[in-house]
Design a protein around this ligand. Structure first.
Ligand code: PLP
Length: 386
């Protein structure tokens, strides 16, 4: 379907709400039935009817249609956070005695789910370097049920060969799940490579305005129904209708925002790559990236995340860079209008905590909607100040 149709019209039956252009936010916890017969019909298929907002809600339903279409899947669920989307998808596909293969150093709370929470329920795991499919194949056990991917991976953006992963998984009846937050549905549609479940932190590009925390699960009708009827309803992973309304509004400009962030990031990456104070640039669609060929095959764009390793002789030199930056806010998250940075040095020297394995001279930048010139000026000044 044409992206213009998806973002502007799909799921919006305006005749149902006074021909209003903007869909109403149906901020109601429950829905009324005229007859017992109608109620029975709804109970028989809660996902398709409006009974109670923990399950389905008309505003959320509009969003679900748009998100499924964006990811080329049959259906989608919207939940209260990206972490909820990850957890529900994984938990729904394992039971006690099963084994998960997961890429090394996934998003921090995904790591906790797989290495801390699920082992309490008898689910085993192996983390592997997913750059080489042979590492994934070698981790196979008779009880492997889930292959969990994140491509590009957090911070240093390792890529997995999605086609090879899905071929391997299908041979062994393994469910494949990918966190596709980084590339967004605009630049990578994993289902086209045979991946089963696509999850997003919608907090990032999908909402895009740094004012909602939400998650998305896209998959087949069958898989979505399974997750809905077990994890979504029992764990109560609901998003509020008001947040769904904000996300519909965010989606109107998805293409504009993500393309702008991507194009600006390309320019900033080019600037950083040639700068003498930069030791290493991590940006999957820069020709210097070690997996550039695979990244170009799977993604039509990259998005605004860039990691740099500064040529910093000391922690103090890194601190001078960080303190000199004025136009990137220092904060977690990404995907909004505002440019951000996370210096790895903030995860070092915390009393009572082990240092991050990521070197203190590394900084992750997120390129927002500001102009390339504006951001490069700031970076240039801060690199000089090192
Ligand atoms: C932020 C993020 C998450 C978690 O999403 P929340 O909405 O914060 O729960 C998961 N994966 C990636 C890649 C993220 O950046």
């Amino acid at each position: 379907m044409d992206i213009n149709d998806i973002l502007t019209h799909l799921g919006e039956d305006r005749s149902k709400y006074f021909n209003a252009v903007a869909p109403p936010i149906i901020q109601s916890s429950n829905f009324v039935f005229e007859t017992v017969e109608d109620m029975r019909i709804a109970f028989a298929n809660e996902l398709e009817h409006h009974i109670y907002t923990r399950g389905n809600n008309p505003t959320v339903a509009i969003l679900r249609q748009k998100l499924a279409a964006l990811e080329h899947t049959e259906d989608a669920l919207v939940v209260g956070s990206g972490a909820a989307a990850v957890s529900a998808s994984v938990i729904s596909n394992v039971k006690s005695g099963d084994h998960i293969i997961c890429v090394q150093k996934p998003y921090s709370w995904t790591f906790k789910l797989i290495s801390k929470l699920l082992p309490k329920f008898g689910v085993d795991f192996t983390f592997v370097d997913g750059k080489d499919i042979n590492n994934i194949i070698s981790a196979l056990q008779p009880n492997t049920k889930v292959l969990y991917l994140e491509s590009p991976n957090t911070m240093t953006f390792e890529i997995q060969d999605l086609k090879a992963c899905s071929i391997f998984a299908k041979q062994h009846n393994i469910v494949t799940i990918i966190d596709n937050s980084h590339a967004s549905p605009l630049f990578q549609n994993p289902v086209d490579f045979g991946i089963d479940i696509i999850v997003h932190s919608a907090t990032k590009y999908i909402n895009g305005h740094s004012d909602v925390v939400a998650g998305v699960i896209c998959s087949s009708k069958e898989m979505i129904k399974k997750i809905f009827e077990s994890e979504l309803m029992t764990l109560g992973l609901t998003i509020s209708p008001h947040d769904a309304g904000l996300m519909i509004r965010g989606l109107r400009t998805l293409e504009l925002r993500v393309k702008r962030s991507d194009e600006t990031a390309q320019k900033v990456a080019d600037f950083l790559y040639q700068h003498p104070k930069i030791e290493k640039l991590y940006f999957p669609l820069h020709p210097s990236f070690d997996q550039y060929a695979l990244a170009s095959k799977q993604m039509t764009g990259c998005g605004g995340l860039i990691t740099i390793k500064l040529k910093a002789a000391s922690k103090e030199s890194t601190m001078r860079f960080v303190r000199s930056i004025k136009r990137f806010l220092m904060a977690v998250s990404w995907g909004g209008y505002e440019s951000l940075m996370i210096p790895s040095i903030a995860f070092h020297d915390i009393p009572g905590m082990p240092d991050s394995p990521i070197h203190w001279s590394m900084v992750r930048l997120y390129i927002g909607l500001e102009s390339a010139e504006y951001l490069i000026e700031d970076l240039s000044h801060a690199l000089d100040a090192m």
